[in-house]
Design a protein. Structure first.
Ligand code: FE
Ligand code: MN
Length: 348
């Protein structure tokens, strides 16, 4: 039975035949139940509980502050624009990878239920940066072209996309161990490196302004995005580990070493980006502290992937630990984000 064309049969879908991806196409991809991967369904529910819309956040104070020539130093403006420049296209890049590559390969219905939710989250994130850029009257051409004009941003995006090409090849499939390794590498590139490492220097930078009550609307949106991204990454890591558990023969020592190098390479690119964003440091942030922080979160990602930690770095921003990677997605901000559940419950 093919995924898109079904035929008459008495052969019902049972849980034990369900897989993350169905090599032989014998299991219907349209049947959510019986649910095998309960964790995927739970991430879908978590994602929906976190729903928000950018335009519900007031940008009035950000607009006033941004217009005030004395409100920011040139270096602060440079850092803020670099962060928005990276995110404004990175969110589209993630959405495209998700829909064109991941969704195509991962055909289990409960995983796809979450992927559909995540895809909508990415649309909201793309909207958020469009809304911020428009509100602050930033130069759209400058911000949206940074991924082609600024080397350190280009390099991050190039690294993120480097493993998508393989699985978009029409000859590619998950019947071979190499094919499954390609899928894993793409999932790690997307969920662990792009969403789990490349986003974090930007999160720290904007949230540092928020801690001083500056650009509070942008900061509030970044908090919602961080909350969403935390769910995305946790789903991604559970997906990756489930594929590894179902296909242990592909998780060889050679492949594990390749993955470690792949992630360390991502860390180096993030450090280059930090150095370009913050040449002299701002707001108690500097290149060394941010580098240490990125190494610290990379070690956490290695642990989640059951790989040896590589840096042994400490957390230089303990205030961020409150907001990162918590299993329970509620109550980790001290602001009203905590109570944010559905559009109907909003009171700004
Ligand atoms: Fe996103
Ligand atoms: Mn995401």
């Amino acid at each position: 039975m093919d995924c898109s064309t079904t035929s008459m049969t008495n052969d019902r879908v049972t849980i034990d035949r369900k897989r993350i991806f169905n090599n032989d196409r014998t299991v219907d991809c349209n049947q959510l139940v019986p649910i095998k991967y309960r964790w995927a369904w739970n991430y879908y529910l978590d994602g929906c509980a976190n729903h928000w819309m950018p335009t519900e956040v007031s940008m009035q104070r950000d607009i006033e502050q941004w217009r005030d020539p004395k409100a920011f130093t040139e270096e602060e403006r440079h850092a803020i624009k670099r962060v928005f420049g990276f995110f404004s296209t990175a969110e589209s890049l993630v959405g495209n990878n998700l829909v064109l590559a991941v969704y195509r390969c991962v055909d289990n219905p409960e995983c796809r239920q979450y992927l559909l939710r995540q895809a909508f989250d990415e649309a909201i994130h793309i909207h958020a940066f469009q809304y911020i850029v428009q509100s602050l009257s930033l130069d759209e051409g400058e911000i949206f072209n940074m991924y082609r004009e600024i080397r350190t941003i280009y390099d991050k995006d190039e690294h993120a996309m480097s493993c998508t090409g393989n699985i978009l090849d029409t000859q590619w499939d998950t019947k071979t161990d190499v094919g499954i390794q390609n899928l894993l590498k793409n999932l790690i590139g997307l969920y662990v490196i792009t969403e789990g490492i490349f986003f974090y220097a930007g999160f720290v930078t904007i949230l540092s302004f928020g801690r001083q009550n500056r650009i509070p609307g942008s900061c509030e949106q970044i908090q919602y995005i961080l909350r969403d991204e935390s769910v995305h990454m946790n789903f991604g890591i559970d997906l990756i580990n489930t594929i590894i558990d179902e296909h242990p023969q592909v998780w060889t020592d050679v492949f594990k070493n390749q993955i470690v190098e792949f992630i360390k390479n991502g860390v180096n690119l993030e450090v280059n980006y930090i150095n370009e964003c913050l040449p002299n440091g701002i707001l108690g942030l500097n290149q060394d502290l941010l580098k240490e922080y990125i190494q610290y979160i990379a070690d956490r990602r290695f642990s989640r992937l059951r790989l040896p930690v590589q840096y042994g770095a400490g957390n230089p921003f303990p205030w961020m630990s409150e907001v990162i990677d918590l299993k329970k997605e509620k109550n980790f901000f001290e602001t009203r984000v905590t109570e944010y559940q559905t559009g109907g419950a909003l009171e700004w």
